[in-house]
Design a protein. Structure first.
Length: 369
């Protein structure tokens, strides 16, 4: 353990023997301090949307195809011209120093070792440049929380570009923080500074709660803001936090080069639908004009399959990777990605799908059990 400002960070570095991703949570809870764990695991209000996110994958079923004469499914794919070994991506998640002393630097290494795509959060514990340098040549995206201060927005976009990131994820579903009860119960404030905020006039985030941090972020975001960011940067801008066809079309109209369907892992609007339930209608409206990334509640290879078969081009998760980070550092993160890849490969074979393109075209049934 490493202790920073009284907060005990894991410094484990080891491969993990994983039965399944949901089982990681209980193990991680034993080593992440209460406040940090509550911030990571929690959703908003009574966690209804958080729970529905994973349950909703039961609303669709994969059609088994036994006589398809395939073996050794190929998980590789590409998006925005980036070749990846797996369609599973690391979602941008804040403050990974809560889980491990090396924070995002270790996550970036583990994600790269698995051949996956890494996304950095604005509120990372390590800086854009350091996280990028941790995995030279490996693809990364940068997630922007828009500040009210445009000079700050532009400086982050410039830094991201300089560090070689391949796209910007502009998160639009967090103009105020969701009502997160675990943070209230634990009286949680961030014990570790947020590296990208250190040059910001509002301070580096240390000692602040998530509500205070979001208060310096933009409290309202319009299509004009999306357009302004898309016009400023020459990187593709993917709008994250889309849960309706209308918002998807608005974002594309404002210059979005991609849509990221997500309800923030049930941490923002509680009472909203499971992200998986809204994916098909959004994919239909987007009609392949731009790629779609999907997250919220993904825990199984079969979930990844179902999301791809429902219109996603890439599928992300947050919490399981953070738990892998706490339990095993870079090697732990790698193990998490490899495990879900293993489950996905089995699913693909049993569904008679050889490639990710086949998965995207695979039929699903919708019986209600
Ligand atoms: C601890 C934590 C921090 C997060 N921080 C961010 C963030 O900084 N920016 C962002 O766009 N999304 C953030 N998210 C949301 C994730 O990008 C993603 O949408 C979510 O984790 C997906 O749900 P899952 O954890 O059930 O897989 C965060 C999620 C968690 C769990």
């Amino acid at each position: 353990m490493t202790t920073v400002n009284g907060y005990e960070q894991s410094d484990r570095e080891q491969k993990l023997d994983i039965l399944n991703l949901p089982a990681l949570e209980a193990d991680a809870k034993k080593i992440i301090p209460v406040g940090g764990f509550g911030y990571i695991a929690g959703g908003s209000e009574d966690n209804w949307t958080l729970a529905e996110n994973t349950k909703a994958f039961e609303h669709a079923q994969i059609v088994p195809k036994a006589l398809s004469n395939i073996e050794n499914p190929d998980l590789s794919t590409s998006i925005f011209g980036i070749d990846l070994k797996t369609p599973v991506m690391m979602a941008p998640t804040a403050a990974q120093g809560l889980a491990h002393a090396k924070g995002e630097v270790d996550t970036a290494k583990g994600v790269a070792a698995a051949g996956a795509l890494m996304a950095q959060s604005t509120y990372s514990s390590t800086s854009i440049a350091d996280t990028a340098a941790a995995a030279p040549g490996a693809p990364q995206f940068f997630q922007l929380y828009m500040s009210k201060d445009w000079d700050f927005n532009y400086s982050l976009l410039d830094e991201a570009k300089k560090a070689g990131v391949k796209a910007i994820l502009l998160t639009v579903d967090a103009t105020v923080d969701g009502y997160r009860e675990s943070d209230i119960i634990n009286n949680f404030s961030f014990p570790i500074p947020m590296a990208n905020l250190t040059k910001f006039s509002e301070g580096d985030g240390k000692g602040k709660g998530i509500g205070e941090i979001y208060a310096s972020a933009a409290q309202k975001i319009s299509e004009d803001d999306v357009r302004r960011i898309a016009e400023y940067t020459d990187l593709p801008v993917i709008v994250k936090g889309i849960e309706s066809p209308e918002d998807a079309l608005r974002a594309i109209g404002a210059g979005a080069a991609g849509i990221y369907v997500s309800n923030h892992g049930g941490r923002q609007l509680n009472g909203g639908p499971a992200s998986f339930d809204v994916l098909p209608a959004i994919a239909k409206a987007v009609n392949k004009q731009v790629p779609i990334i999907f997250d919220s509640g993904v825990r199984r290879g079969s979930h990844v399959f179902k999301a791809l078969a429902s219109g996603a081009d890439l599928v992300a998760f947050g919490r399981p990777a953070i738990y892998g980070l706490a339990l095993g550092g870079a090697a732990g993160v790698q193990s998490v990605f490899e495990h879900i890849g293993h489950e996905l490969a089995i699913t693909m074979q049993l569904a008679g799908t050889k490639t990710i393109e086949d998965v995207k075209n695979a039929p699903l049934t919708h019986f209600h059990y």
